[in-house]
Design a protein around this ligand. Structure first.
Ligand code: IMP
Ligand code: MG
Length: 183
């Protein structure tokens, strides 16, 4: 692993510490894949990634699942006051795949307030899936707005602003292969 100041991907941005290393992430994602494989013994499984944050996690995760599955994505937009998620969530891209009768696994990068997921879960429920579960790589455990259980969680995250492995700050740092806390 490069030393933090020397990592050219960080644009000279100060990073407090590496919270999850590439190796630690790979190990946990492998375990999550095994959990998911065991959890769904039968039926059609559709893994729905919430863009953009989940794109790296999802691509690593599905390769650790040892059963048939399909992949699609959701693009949600929360509009309102800037970076604070307002709960006013709208689907910009709706999956083309039919959801009715399928096991749906919604994959999210990080659960913060839980507002986005809460609205999306409601919308997806209306499509009559056979089951609907959430898999989040990180959970800050402060999601007072999420009224659904998060079945699969990679790590309980510290209450810091994290970047890398799909997580961004102003659209930067998504490609960083580890997860770091911004200073
Ligand atoms: P929520 O609706 O408040 O749970 O917002 C969740 C979304 O906020 C995530 O999908 C991320 O896109 C973003 N987010 C929350 N915490 C962080 C963080 O620490 N780093 C980067 N993005 C974050
Ligand atoms: Mg984001």
């Amino acid at each position: 692993m490069p030393t933090l100041t020397a990592d050219p991907r960080l644009q000279g941005r100060a990073v407090k510490r590496i919270v999850y290393t590439e190796e630690g992430l790979a190990e946990r994602v492998h375990e999550l894949g095994e959990e998911i494989t065991r959890f769904y013994p039968d039926g059609e499984l559709l893994v729905l990634g919430l863009l953009k944050g989940s794109f790296i996690f999802l691509s690593d995760l599905v390769r650790q699942v040892q059963r048939p599955l399909q992949v699609d994505f959701l693009v949600a937009s929360s509009y309102g006051e800037g970076t604070i998620s307002s709960g006013n969530v709208r689907l910009l891209y709706d999956p083309e795949t039919q959801l009715e009768g399928k096991h749906i696994l919604l994959v999210e990068d990080i659960v913060d307030s839980g507002r986005t997921l809460n609205v999306l879960m409601g919308l997806l429920m209306e499509r009559k899936p056979r089951s609907l579960e959430i898999c989040a790589l990180l959970h800050k455990r402060i999601a007072e707005h999420l009224h659904y259980d998060t079945r699969f969680v990679g790590f309980d995250a510290p209450h810091e602003f994290l970047v890398g492995y799909g997580l961004d700050h102003a659209e930067n740092f998504r490609h960083v292969p580890y997860i770091a806390s911004l200073a």
